[in-house]
Design a protein around this ligand. Structure first.
Ligand code: MEV
Length: 398
């Protein structure tokens, strides 16, 4: 049975409808990324994440970017594709030609399946055919029909799957083949988000690193490391996704779809690389750029039934799906910058251990001011053990 229905503002009846075998509600801290200037507008971004330091680090990095003019974002629209797989064709190329000649009527049929979307101005835009050849000896070639659909402010999964399933009988009639899978592709390579920012060398300096130019150069070097080494690129991208996923989670998005697409995009040259790269621009600024597919929605979707999601969307003053994609990508670039700056200078452990000490204090039973007192003592002693935290809590209570 569900215990407290209030967790995260979430009603247990809603939870029960959203999933199966529901026994409770799993809550996460909801924080705000501050200091964000996105396309000249002051923003805050809601972030749900269990990893301490990501929210604070992203907010700090957003402040650095603000000094250089903030984040610039753009999106390439909201077209996504759904796939219909056709097997058993003697001549897949000939089937491609037949489908191409029927494209206008197929688009019409696809649109008839999603009248509400068409009424709002979206819908099917293009029919594409691809002959997909498995690697040598791994089976015969197959035909794959892509229906490209403008999903507007919807993430689009239901819409795209409806079209794939609804159109399949016509595709079978045209080609004479056997229909295989009918499902969207999460590789949303026509729904890209781009984000960039510039950081002055002065904002990168601190007492321990008084020359901001050196910090900038070390961040560029860290980027080059990720560009040259997939082992490093994965961790570099993890730092980027720390920020981006936290916004997606807070706003009820399908972050697994975003993750799958982002990593496929990071491999598009055949070698896995970083989603965000950093360079020195002609004026000596540190300049960061990222580009990735990002399918998010602000209408429809089960998550909109979640009051916490509605709150997060309103806290972030999210206007539409494209706005949410830009905001999330800006936080991704901020969290990547924060990680690289720490790694290129003092390392991340000092900051992490400070937050770890706080968690230990809470685990040991401290609350209120005692959390800070115990965590301060643990850091001063350089001892990050739960037993020591428990001793300190017990001593304070005597
Ligand atoms: C930890 O969650 C993320 C980092 O590992 C990212 C990075 O190495 O760039 C610090």
């Amino acid at each position: 049975m569900l215990a407290e229905p209030a967790a995260g503002g979430f009603d247990h009846n809603v939870a029960d409808c959203m999933s199966e075998n529901v026994v409770g509600v799993h809550a996460l801290p909801l924080g705000l990324c501050l200091n964000l200037l996105v396309d000249g507008t002051e923003r805050v971004a809601p972030m749900a994440i269990e990893e301490s330091s990501v929210v604070a680090a992203s907010s700090n990095a957003a402040r650095l970017a603000r000094d250089g003019g903030g984040f610039q974002v753009e999106t390439t629209g909201s077209v996504m594709a759904t796939q219909i797989q056709i097997n058993g064709l003697a001549d897949p190329e000939a089937a491609c030609r037949k489908i191409a000649s029927e494209a206008p009527s197929l688009i019409e049929a696809a649109n008839a399946l999603v009248p509400n979307m068409v009424r709002r101005g979206g819908g099917a835009r293009e029919i594409e055919t691809r002959v997909v050849k498995p690697p040598k000896d791994a089976g015969p070639a197959m035909l794959c029909v892509h229906v490209h659909v403008d999903c507007l402010d919807a993430m689009g999964a239901n819409l795209l799957n409806t079209i794939a399933e609804g159109l399949a009988p016509r595709i079978r009639a045209i080609t004479g083949g056997d229909i295989g899978l009918r499902i969207l592709t999460n590789y949303a390579d026509r729904r890209l988000v781009r984000v960039s920012c510039r950081v002055t060398p002065e904002s990168l300096r601190n007492d321990a690193w008084p020359d901001g130019g050196i910090v900038r150069d070390r961040i560029v070097n860290a980027s080059r490391f990720a560009e040259a080494d997939p082992y490093r690129a994965v961790t570099h991208n993890k730092g980027f996704m720390n920020g981006l996923d936290a916004v997606l989670l807070a706003t009820g998005q399908d972050w697994r779809a975003a993750e799958a697409a982002a990593h496929a995009y990071a491999s598009r040259t055949g070698i896995y690389g970083p989603l965000a790269t950093w360079r020195t621009d002609s004026g000596g600024f540190l300049e960061g750029r990222a580009e990735l597919p990002l399918a998010v929605g602000t209408v429809g979707g089960a998550a909109r039934a979640h009051p916490g999601v509605r709150l997060a969307l309103s806290l972030g003053k999210v206007k539409d799906a494209s706005d949410l994609a830009g905001l999330s990508a800006a936080v991704g670039l901020a969290s990547n910058l924060a990680a690289l700056k720490a790694l290129a200078t003092e390392g991340i452990q000092r900051g992490h251990m400070a937050l770890h000490a706080r968690t230990l204090a809470v685990e040991a039973g401290a609350s209120g001011d005692l959390v800070h007192e115990v965590s301060r003592r643990l850091q001063a002693e350089g001892c990050f053990r739960l037993e020591r935290a428990q001793e300190l809590v017990a001593a304070a209570r005597k």
